[in-house]
Design a protein around this ligand. Sequence first.
Ligand code: TMP
Length: 210
Amino acid sequence: MFITIEGSDGSGKSTQFELLAEYLRKEGYDLVTTREPGGTNIGEQVRECLHDVRNERMTAEAEVLLYSASRAQLVEEIIGPALAANRIVLSDRYYDSTLAYQGYGRQLDLDALVNITKFATGGLKPDLTLLLEVDIIIGLSRRESGGVEINRMDLQATAFYKRVKRGYQTLVAADPDRWVVIDANRSTDMVQDDVRRLVEERLHEEGYGN
Ligand code: TMP
């Protein structure tokens, strides 16, 4: 089973991801965790290039192809083999980030992005995607005060984040069975309770665990 976590910057996504992974492992699930961009040696090198604030001249087209390159490597090297072995794969971001950030945020042609994504992933879709939805101002202030790495994508204007948020909402509306939306404006514990409950429900439905 393939589970992905998505969210705007400052949604607490990576914290929720770590807590969920720790919990599922403790509960005895056979879990593989990964992140985008990155997750493989080649992907981590691509991540450095993508996040480097000195790369301010990177075009939107180059950006999307780099994210897709990292993704292609990840699917082939990690996600595909893990799913074939019937393991649970949990990924911090996947192609929905490209549709939301490059498609809706940067306003690149969505049909082109869907095709590039299919090429990179061989059409591999997540079974379940959690969207951590946060108020844009709360998200940005969390990023500024959180002591986390500020990457090239963090330097975008508020209008960009509004488009990303609306983009995620459009993706959810188009495929509601795959998505679960969680209110991430609340405390870490409250959000994590929802995350665990929703993921475990789905795992049980799919026949994993007890
Ligand atoms: P994160 O490590 O905080 O998730 O940051 C990754 C950044 O990369 C975040 O701003 C979203 C961005 N991103 C894209 O713009 N497109 C993509 O396809 C992916 C995977 C990430």
